[in-house]
Design a protein around this ligand. Structure first.
Ligand SMILES: Cc1ncc(COP(=O)(O)O)c(C=O)c1O
Length: 478
């Protein structure tokens, strides 16, 4: 006999209600049939009677069963009988489908930010309003009228933006490409989605960095991929594990974020870049190079991406406007061999017929405007200022309790909490005191880390935010 699964995340009563609903719909209990008493069913399933009471209440609320005092519980004649009125069981739909929900920690952070917009936000991986080029974009939008016909667009994206990106990639990333090798996406996230859904199949194995932004994306598990780890240290990802992962698990792709990696902030050193390309090209493995942060390098020196030294054409390069201009524009791009771009552009048509022309046009004008270069310079300076405020506050408030590497670009600082600490309690205590951060376990196997995003908070919030964090940590440790 079926028994509820006590290890499942789904409550016992919900599992029992779902099982009964299934049995009723298969005709095991026809309309009007008597269901076991609450006590008897509880005995059969080895649960408390109160759990069965809850399950019956759930089915009653959906109109599937009805109870009358003294005459027990029956399958409703109306729901399953002649009348066509059926309430859909939304629980079943909501839990079905192939998409996994976001991670509980990330849902908790989002909920906390929605409930209290005053929270000091060290969690959201985006630019604060004082770092975004809002005035410049407004000025461009005032001058440039949108008189064009707004019809469905080219499957690879707005042609003038792709042409401008060819220039941009050449000038800023040393990548030689053509507009036919570029696909405009709704941020890097959509590039990752298209790659995982269209170039890979359920059961495929891929290698990702550990820790990595990718671990925070149930997108990889929803696509049925098996994830294998490549550890990251102060020199970036270690490529030496690739060969054995290939032998053991036949990995099909390698995902990396070489510049100011999210969450560790590390920069992959030159030797490892070459080694990564050498190993993957020997094995014929594609690399996905996710590169949203490179233009934030505080010294202004741009590190050549893997794509620029990719003689074998093994790299799919992903870029975005999110971390250098505005995450809400949702403009990202992918550079890949033509056959890949065409395949993904075709799949993308099935999804949404392409990104709206309006943000693409804004992005194109901003890239080509005199505002772009000064904006980048200001952005780097301000990020560096915020990074230093954060470091100063951590050293002052938490001497001996934390250690970290100083990031040279990007928006994040990866901080080790030296004493052992419970992630969950620390986050709850921090939220109670008015700040949010992302617990490190969201990004992979390392526990005892915190990701502080200094790009999102205002400069004058950083010191008080870290002081609240220190209070939260001390209260958890005591
Ligand atoms: C490494 C990395 N890749 C991709 C993304 C997705 O960014 P977007 O879709 O806004 O371009 C993020 C966002 O935080 C990120 O950190």
């Amino acid at each position: 006999m079926w028994k509820p699964d006590r290890l499942s995340a789904q409550p016992l009563y919900q599992q029992i209600a779902n099982d009964l609903e299934r049995r009723i719909s298969y005709g095991e209990f026809p309309p009007g049939a008597m269901l076991p008493s609450e006590r008897k069913l509880a005995e059969q399933l080895g649960v408390n009677r109160s759990t069965v009471i809850l399950a019956y209440a759930e089915l009653r609320s959906l109109g599937i069963i009805e109870s009358r005092s003294g005459s027990g519980t029956r399958v409703s004649k109306y729901k399953w009988g002649a009348t066509p009125k059926h309430t859909p069981n939304w629980h079943r739909y909501v839990e079905g489908g192939s998409f996994l929900p976001n991670l509980p920690f990330l849902r908790r952070i989002r909920e906390a930010l929605q409930q209290n917009p005053e929270l000091i936000d060290f969690a959201s991986g985006e630019l604060a309003s004082d770092l975004a080029p809002a005035e410049e974009i407004n000025a461009l939008m005032k001058v440039n009228q949108y008189t064009e016909y707004l019809g469905y667009n080219h499957p690879q994206g707005y042609a003038p933006l792709r042409k401008s990106l060819v220039q941009y990639l050449h000038q800023h990333r040393d990548i030689q490409t053509t507009d036919s090798s570029i696909l405009i996406t709704s941020g890097s996230q959509q590039s990752l989605y298209l790659i995982t859904q269209c170039l890979l199949a359920p059961g495929d194995a891929v290698a990702i960095e550990d820790p990595s932004y990718c671990y925070s994306l149930p997108m990889f598990q929803s696509a049925g991929l098996r994830l294998f780890r490549l550890p990251v240290d102060h020199r970036g990802v270690r490529p030496e594990g690739i060969r054995s992962l290939y032998k053991k698990h036949r990995i099909k792709m390698v995902f990396v974020n070489p510049n100011f990696q999210n969450p560790t902030g590390t920069l992959l050193d030159e030797e490892r870049r070459n080694e990564l390309l050498r190993v993957t090209s020997e094995l014929g493995l594609p690399i996905v190079e996710d590169d949203p942060f490179s233009l934030t390098a505080y010294d202004g020196a741009s590190r050549p991406p893997l794509k620029s030294i990719d003689a074998m054409g093994s790299v799919i390069y992903i870029g975005s406007f999110s971390k250098i201009a505005a995450s809400g524009l949702r403009v990202g791009w992918m550079v890949a061999p033509n056959s890949v771009v065409e395949r993904l552009a075709d799949a993308r048509q099935q999804m949404d017929f392409g990104l709206s022309i309006v943000p693409q046009k804004v992005a194109e004008q901003f890239l080509n405007s005199d505002y772009f270069q000064p904006h980048l310079e200001r952005l780097r300076m301000r990020l560096l200022y915020k990074r230093d405020l954060l470091i100063e506050a951590l050293r002052k408030e938490l001497p001996g309790l934390v250690s970290f590497m100083v990031p040279q670009g990007g928006l994040h600082l990866w901080c080790k909490i030296i004493p052992e600490v419970n992630d969950h309690r620390l986050l709850e205590e921090a939220i109670r005191r008015g700040i949010v951060f992302v617990p490190g376990s969201v990004y992979g196997s390392d526990s005892g880390y915190v990701r502080f995003t200094y790009g999102r908070s205002k400069a004058d919030e950083i010191e008080p935010g870290i002081s609240k964090f220190a209070e939260a940590l001390r209260s958890v440790l005591s």
